[in-house]
Design a binder for this molecule. Structure first.
Ligand SMILES: Nc1ncnc2c1ncn2[C@@H]1O[C@H](COP(=O)(O)OP(=O)(O)OP(=O)(O)O)[C@@H](O)[C@H]1O
Ligand SMILES: [Mg+2]
Length: 243
């Protein structure tokens, strides 16, 4: 089966600074790919290039086999690519419900469709339903992370990219997140997960990609015997680099 997200040899960065040199990866339908690498390896930049927030210098991004490399970020979103940026980004002044509605901005569904999306979100996240009319800024950190994901899911994506979703969360919320990601996989979504917590990441993922200095140093099954060594080598580089 062809992957739902295919990233072919992408490069790009910030202005003249080429942070991502050559990254190739794919996400299968109903599978989770973990993207690992030390601080500054280029994980977030990779997600930004895939989503269209940063300009691709070279390479291609394919969604369901369709080349979306030349599309703007909103158009890629409309094509089924959702991106939850790091840091529990929600509109703090807006209510929980409004935040979920904002997740559908790219396609502007009709009233009935919109109501269905909101119901869907509240069914999946009962804790958010209980706070539907509260400003998002009043939610706990864990609930804000869930809301950020609920907002992304409101667009009914085919691929969900998560950047460091467990950062700063209590262990019980991390467990919830783990279950959520697995549920999404079983529903057929493809997930690209960036996560510092290696155990979490490899524990939930099917496939793993390790990058270092903007290039791929490992690509394979998340339970491959050599994945641990690849991760260790990539993170060790960080240690040596700092020392
Ligand atoms: N807005 C920016 N302008 C210039 N350089 C940036 C910018 N954002 C990141 N960089 C640089 O790009 C490199 C890769 O950063 P990136 O955020 O992609 O790494 P990362 O793997 O996500 O790291 P972390 O684990 O810390 O989140 C770093 O050297 C960083 O300093
Ligand atoms: Mg990052």
């Amino acid at each position: 089966m062809s992957p739902v997200l295919e990233v072919r040899s992408i490069a790009g960065g910030y202005g003249d600074l080429r942070v991502v040199r050559d990254v190739t990866l794919s996400v299968q339908r109903g599978k989770i790919t973990a993207l690992l690498g030390r601080n500054g390896a280029g994980k977030t930049t990779t997600l930004r290039l895939i989503s269209g927030l940063n300009r691709l210098e070279s390479g291609e991004v394919l969604l369901d086999g369709r080349d979306v490399s030349r599309l703007s970020a909103p158009k890629r979103a409309r094509s089924g690519l959702a991106y939850v940026q790091e840091g529990k980004r929600v509109f703090r002044e807006r209510t929980v419900r409004e935040n979920i509605v904002l997740g559908t901005y790219a396609e502007r569904p009709s009233g009935a469709q919109l109501a269905a999306r909101v119901d869907e979100a509240f069914e999946r996240f009962p804790a958010l339903a209980a706070k539907r009319d509260s400003p998002a800024g009043l939610l706990s950190g864990g609930q804000q992370q869930m809301l950020a994901i609920a907002q992304a899911l409101a667009a009914r994506p085919r691929v969900l990219m998560l950047d460091e979703p467990t950062t700063g969360l209590a262990p019980t919320i991390v467990d919830e997140l783990f279950d959520l990601v697995q549920a999404l996989r079983s529903e057929g979504l493809g997930v690209l997960l960036v996560e510092q917590a290696v155990d979490f990441s490899l524990g939930v993922a099917d496939d793993a990609v390790v990058i270092n200095l903007g290039g791929v140093v490992f690509r394979g099954a998340a339970d491959a015997p050599d994945v641990g060594a690849a991760v260790e080598a990539a993170y060790m580089g960080a240690h040596l680099g700092r020392g």
